[in-house]
Design a protein around this ligand. Structure first.
Ligand code: ZN
Length: 200
């Protein structure tokens, strides 16, 4: 138990120095990562970015955000609510992030959970923002979706269980995956800006 405590204090120091908000899944002692967590600050054009990830052998635990349907209605726009909480899909070609190339992180519009890095975004031609890899495996959960006479793999936010989109096995290398995500289910946090998780 000693090593995770030491690592966590060091992580807090780095975060304070970089002026970047600490993500709570690394902050609460009872959310400690088996095998420890590491936080590294890396330079990005002179701007510090903080990257938190589970140690290679560790299993990261995402702190859940569970809210009532009434609370979600209050917090989300009608479009966000329909997609995130009721699995709606925005019309192809209408999403606000279709052509976005700005460096940064795409986070869940419901809870702020980091989902995808901008460098993993690619132009799929489908009409929806597409990525070939999540920021970390534990950021998402996958659920078999048999609606509309198809068998697809739905992708949800691991923190708030919000519907994001689907993942298909026809993406570009190196993963060969295409995460097809509704723009309205995400927000873009510019590189160097703090990522703030929504709280209960
Ligand atoms: Zn979420």
């Amino acid at each position: 138990m000693m090593l995770p405590m030491v690592v966590r204090k060091w992580s807090l120091a780095i975060v304070a120095y970089g002026g970047v908000a600490l993500v709570p899944w690394n902050a609460a002692p009872d959310q400690a990562v088996a095998g420890g967590a590491e936080t590294t600050a890396k330079a990005d054009g002179g701007r510090a970015a903080t990257v938190t990830r589970a140690a290679a052998r560790g299993k990261q635990v995402t702190e859940k955000l569970v809210l009532s349907d009434e609370e979600w209605r209050k917090r989300l726009t009608p479009e966000e609510y329909d997609v995130l909480r009721h699995h709606a899909t925005e019309r192809a070609g209408t999403g606000c992030f279709l052509g976005t190339k700005a460096p940064g992180t795409y986070v869940c519009a419901g809870c702020g959970n980091p989902l995808f890095e901008s460098g993993r975004k690619f132009e799929s031609g489908t009409g929806w923002p597409s990525f070939n890899q999540p920021i970390r495996e534990s950021a998402l959960v996958e659920v078999e979706d048999r609606t509309y006479g198809m068998v697809r793999t739905e992708v949800r936010c691991a923190r708030c269980d919000g519907h994001l989109g689907h993942v298909f096995p026809d993406g570009p290398p190196p993963t060969g995956l295409r995460y097809c995500i509704n723009s309205v289910a995400m927000k873009h946090v510019k590189a160097g800006q703090p990522i703030v998780l929504a709280q209960p």
